[in-house]
Design a protein around this ligand. Structure first.
Ligand SMILES: Cc1ncc(C[n+]2csc(CCOP(=O)(O)OP(=O)(O)O)c2C)c(N)n1
Ligand SMILES: [Mg+2]
Length: 279
């Protein structure tokens, strides 16, 4: 059986439950990449509970869509979801970052859990995703390949080489989702590399792509946009720019660069949460 797509109310609840769990496990076990994990929660929930095709509990199913999680340091959410859908034992996720854990701090290839690739050295995910998408074309397979990449990571040269190849080979079975939280490591992107907020759009268009901007924490809209992108239409890869907030969910962390790798104190956590309202 393939996965079921959750309705609007349930997928929002799911996103909030995963948020709470990621904060809980990471703070308890002392794992520091909380903010990059919180920024991509709605993207991952929209994929796993609202758009991607896979068989929960059967990560090796050949027909599954492929997800290459290139910003691998934000993998806490991926682990929480893989445990939730039955691809990974729940205890494995709950003991993440302790001495007994076999999970790495940056997601690496664990086919038994459905983690498709080892990333962590930024810039390597998209070239692998392009390879997966090309393989599907050559082997006449129907799966779609998704790649989640950080907005700072977009600066890597390998990313732009991969985009050129994907455009040249008309890989319309590939969707790139950019986690646009506007921060790379310890500073805002516009202080480091990007020339203004629309710089990425200008560059992507220059490379022949048609980026679509969507709200990065509206899980229902994200799932809709991803379902549309998943259709094998057009001649080029799809690009979604998900406008996210780094550290979304914990008020002390939101948009604060120093939280790239940092455990909040109890006082900071007491500043409150910014989710779970209205449903
Ligand atoms: C090739 C490479 N250079 C530097 C790093 C160190 N590093 C890890 S995360 C990170 C910031 C990445 O920013 P972004 O892609 O925007 O991800 P975010 O944390 O905002 O989700 C950096 C520089 C790395 N992992 N790989
Ligand atoms: Mg970023």
């Amino acid at each position: 059986m393939t996965n079921t797509v959750l309705n609007a109310k349930d997928i929002r609840k799911k996103a909030d439950r995963i948020r709470a769990e990621v904060i809980d496990v990471a703070v308890r076990n002392g794992a520091g990449h909380i903010a990059p994990s919180l920024s991509c929660i709605d993207i991952l929930v929209a994929l796993y509970y609202g758009s991607m095709s896979y068989r929960p509990g059967y990560p090796a199913w050949d027909g599954r869509d492929r997800l290459i999680f290139s910003k691998a340091h934000g993998c806490y959410t991926l682990y929480a979801i893989l445990a939730d859908i039955g691809n990974m034992p729940k205890e494995e996720w709950k003991k993440f970052y302790t001495c007994d854990s076999t999970l790495s701090g940056c997601a690496e290839n664990r086919p038994e859990y459905g983690i498709e690739a080892s990333c962590g050295s930024l810039g390597h995910g998209l070239p692998m995703a392009v390879g997966n998408a090309l393989a599907a074309k050559l082997q006449k397979k129907k799966y779609h390949t998704f790649c989640i990449i950080g907005d700072g990571e977009m600066q890597e040269g390998t990313t732009w080489e991969a985009i050129q190849f994907a455009v040249k080979h008309e890989l319309n079975n590939l969707t790139i989702i950019i986690d646009e939280n506007r921060i790379q490591a310890m500073d805002f992107i516009t202080n480091i590399m990007d020339i203004g907020v629309n710089d990425k759009i200008r560059k992507l268009k220059g490379f022949g792509l048609l980026p679509i901007v969507c709200p990065g924490h509206d899980v229902v809209k994200l799932a809709g946009a991803i379902r549309l992108a998943r259709r094998p239409s057009g001649r080029v890869p799809k690009v979604l720019i998900a406008q996210t907030t780094k550290g979304f969910g914990l008020k002390c962390m939101e948009d604060v660069p120093k939280f790239h790798f940092r455990i909040p104190t109890e006082e900071e956590i007491c500043l409150g949460r910014s989710y779970g309202c209205g449903y």
